[in-house]
Design a protein around this ligand. Structure first.
Ligand SMILES: Nc1ncnc2c1ncn2[C@@H]1O[C@H](COP(=O)(O)OP(=O)(O)OP(=O)(O)O)[C@@H](O)[C@H]1O
Length: 263
């Protein structure tokens, strides 16, 4: 469904600042797969999401969606089929627009943008229905400017917006990391809900190992631009955060030389 085939990306090649962010990364995701992604700082987690979303062009390799190469498409062209939520609650919404105007923009993602902010009565009803699911009372605040919402509320709205126009893929880049534990739990619950309801194929980057183990049906671990562990639902079910740390310590030394350890 989503295929990353031998993708490599090096920033500032041939200079003293050279950074190999992705080194021949391959990942095959099936429809409805929910993959959590963990790894050390600078491991390439955000870069892999950026190449899928089209924010950063890869140097080599292909990204395929439903068997079709999408590497030639720009970020906005992919946006209708690929939703994304960032760590920063400010990133996914427009603070000076109201909740309903933000949702109207999300609703028209990938379409002609001229009248994107216009909200009709029927639309307003749909927006209120969708917002009710969040259980934050936002359905009664459609005309409130988004800049006035709390971080958790904005992140819940970002999630709704990212999935509003029926994408196939959802990319989550540490989207609960900036929230307090209670709000993080709420957004995690909403994430599971929306992913399941829409059958989204999802990649979720997180530094929270409990979350990485509890959520989703597969876990990958990255290090120095490579996937060094790919654990199935069954494998990760029995694992603890300590197990993950131990696996990381074992794998990161040998991974680059011993390909058999990566399987
Ligand atoms: N736009 C960019 N320009 C230059 N270098 C970059 C850029 N984006 C990422 N890098 C570099 O590529 C490497 C991988 O970065 P990336 O952000 O993908 O890591 P990450 O696993 O998401 O890390 P973190 O957990 O710290 O967010 C790092 O060395 C980083 O400095």
């Amino acid at each position: 469904m989503l295929t990353i085939d031998q993708v490599s990306k090096t920033f500032f090649p041939g200079t003293v600042n050279e950074r190999k962010a992705l080194v021949n990364v391959s990942l095959e995701m099936h429809e409805g797969d929910f993959v959590t992604v963990i790894g050390s700082n600078g491991a390439g987690k955000s870069t892999i999401l950026n190449t899928i979303a089209g924010r950063i062009p890869q140097d080599h390799g292909q990204v395929l969606l439903d068997g079709r190469e999408i590497s030639g498409q720009k970020e906005h062209q992919r946006a209708a089929r690929i939703g994304r939520v960032f760590q920063d609650p400010m990133a996914g919404t427009a603070p000076n627009l109201t909740i309903e105007e933000n949702l109207a923009l999300a609703d028209r993602r990938g379409a002609f943008r001229g009248l994107a902010r216009a909200v009709t009565g029927a639309k307003r009803e749909r927006f209120a229905e969708e917002l009710k699911v969040l259980e934050l009372g936002l359905e009664d605040r459609l005309k409130t400017k988004v800049g006035l919402l709390s971080g958790g509320q904005r992140q819940a709205l970002s999630l709704l917006m990212a999935t509003f126009s029926g994408p196939k893929v959802l990319l989550l880049d540490e989207h609960t990391a900036a929230l307090d534990p209670q709000r993080a739990e709420l957004v995690t619950r909403l994430t599971r809900q929306v992913v399941e309801a829409q059958g989204l194929t999802t990649l979720m980057v997180t530094h929270n190992m409990n979350q990485a183990l509890e959520v989703g049906n597969r876990l990958i671990m990255m290090h120095e631009g490579q996937i060094i562990l790919d654990a199935s639902e069954e494998e990760k079910r029995g694992m603890t955060p300590d197990d993950l740390l131990q696996r990381f310590a074992t794998l990161k030394g040998a991974a680059l030389d011993d390909k058999t350890m990566l399987q």
